[in-house]
Design a protein around this ligand. Structure first.
Ligand code: TYD
Ligand code: MG
Length: 446
């Protein structure tokens, strides 16, 4: 009889090793290894039987039948936009996000907005009565929503086969389990096995499936990385605990553009779509103060106006503070160095605080120019016109560089009532009612 083999597996990435390790060599996480017992495989399986011909034949691409109308809408514009125009029939999606961000609420709202869609909701985290209570808040009647609290993957699958729902929701993949495995629900092995089975049912039975997944403290989806390879679409639901807006971001999409975002706001009666996000992120300050400047960033294909706020004040410590929230700290240090060297402004002995209004996290280099002008404005205590937008990447030489989607950004700025724009040389604002003030170098700003 084959011997059972003991192995150790990383709970974060699924890397295996013959002995226990304190730190995983694949993902560098500490203390994630746990013991797993591999079932002995039958030796027959391993031999490739060349005598039996395979029943599945390869087919030519031209002969593959395909209908274009294989999508159906969730009736939530922002959600459809992120999916690339609605759910694709028979697709497998993964929705990740911090606890309490609103993943379950979002799925209940899909049920609310699509009364004609038959939805099977596998609730591993809440009881049916808790879901009903929550549904009451968003006005969900739920005639089309079937709740199942059985999280054994075998019965989930047989139920889905029998029931043939238009949408199968697994809330969450960390709570479903297969009793053929000895490990606990939520372990790497269980997640891998269960999602592989869900993939099978999605593809073979054409049941559109959405799995909800937890995220780790670093913001990755908990469980093995292969989970993200296995699914067709990976969505991240993110936002700030202290703010009410929520961003639904697509990080992988086999059927549409990736990096698309949808914006929602969490209200007492559920998530509301935000059709004009720029209004959400511009600060409500009535009086202009020094240190504020406006930029336009791109989130996917979507321009959003945001306000950058800087505060530069004399430091009472020998090492001045540099703090950024919503912006990369190292990028801030770099821009401070560029400002000192190329525009002869000294920030030595000054504490620098940078904040993106509304709690948004931005990584678009087009915001550099606004950061530079906010810093300079706060340092010199001169107010930047609030109807001016600053768009441009700043290079180490102090030059203002071109950024992509300039026309879309300008159009959004015009829509929001901006009168003036500062950007790189040769910026054109064809048929827009915006006055241009090009800047080749950051020194041209002052
Ligand atoms: P939930 O969907 O349970 O989050 P997840 O499934 O991602 O863990 O979100 C619950 C949070 O949303 C909770 O903190 C309460 C809040 N909420 C509202 O503010 N308004 C509402 O109408 C609903 C239903 C929830
Ligand atoms: Mg939930």
């Amino acid at each position: 009889m084959a011997k059972q083999r003991v192995q150790f597996e990383c709970g974060n990435c699924g890397h295996t090793s013959a002995k226990w390790l304190g730190v995983c060599p694949a993902c560098n996480e500490w203390n994630t290894y746990s013991e797993i017992i591999e079932k002995p495989k039958s030796s027959k399986k391993h031999k490739v039987d060349v005598s039996v011909s395979d029943h599945v034949e390869a087919i030519r691409l031209v002969d593959v039948s395909h209908q274009n109308s294989e999508r159906f809408s969730s009736n939530l514009n922002e959600f459809d936009r992120v999916l690339g125009g609605g759910f694709v029939n028979g697709s497998l999606s993964l929705l990740g996000g911090d606890p309490g961000i609103g993943k379950s609420t979002l799925m209940l709202q899909v049920a609310h907005h699509c009364p004609e869609m038959k939805i099977l909701y596998v609730a591993g985290e809440e009881s049916a009565s808790q879901i009903k209570q929550r549904g009451g808040r968003i006005g969900l009647k739920g005639e089309n929503l079937y709740i199942s609290s059985n999280t054994d993957i075998q019965s989930v699958i047989s139920q889905a086969r029998k029931f043939k729902p238009d949408l199968l929701v697994i809330d969450s993949i960390q709570t479903v389990f297969s009793d053929e495995l000895s490990s606990l629900p939520g372990s790497v092995q269980q997640i891998r096995e269960c999602s592989a089975m869900l993939q099978q049912i999605a593809k073979k039975e054409n049941i559109t499936t959405l799995m909800i997944g937890h995220v780790t403290k670093d913001g990755d989806i908990a469980g093995p990385r292969i989970l993200e390879h296995m699914v067709d679409t990976v969505l991240h639901f993110e936002g700030d605990k202290n703010h009410f807006y929520r961003l639904l971001r697509c990080v992988k999409n086999r059927f549409g553009p990736a990096q698309e975002v949808g914006v929602f706001e969490m209200k007492e009666n559920g998530l509301q779509e935000v059709l004009n996000p720029s209004a959400l992120f511009l600060s409500e300050a009535e009086h202009a103060v020094s240190g504020n400047s406006v930029t336009c960033i791109m989130e996917g294909t979507r321009p959003i106006l945001v306000e950058v706020q800087a505060l530069v004040s004399p430091s009472s410590y020998s090492t001045p503070q540099r703090t950024a929230s919503g912006f990369d700290q190292r990028r801030l240090s770099l821009l401070i160095a560029v400002l000192e060297k190329r525009a002869s402004m000294s920030l030595a002995g000054q504490d620098v605080y940078l904040n993106i209004a509304g709690g948004l996290k931005i990584s678009d280099p087009a915001a550099d120019l606004a950061v530079i002008s906010a810093l300079a404005s706060s340092l010199t205590d001169k107010i930047v016109n609030s109807d001016t937008v600053f768009i441009g990447e700043v290079g180490l030489g102090g030059e203002v560089r071109k950024v992509s989607f300039m026309q879309q950004r300008m159009r959004e700025a015009e829509k929001m009532g901006v009168k003036m724009a500062t950007g790189p040389k040769n910026t054109a604002a064809e048929d827009l009612n915006i006055q241009l003030r090009p800047a080749a170098f950051i020194s041209d700003l002052f």
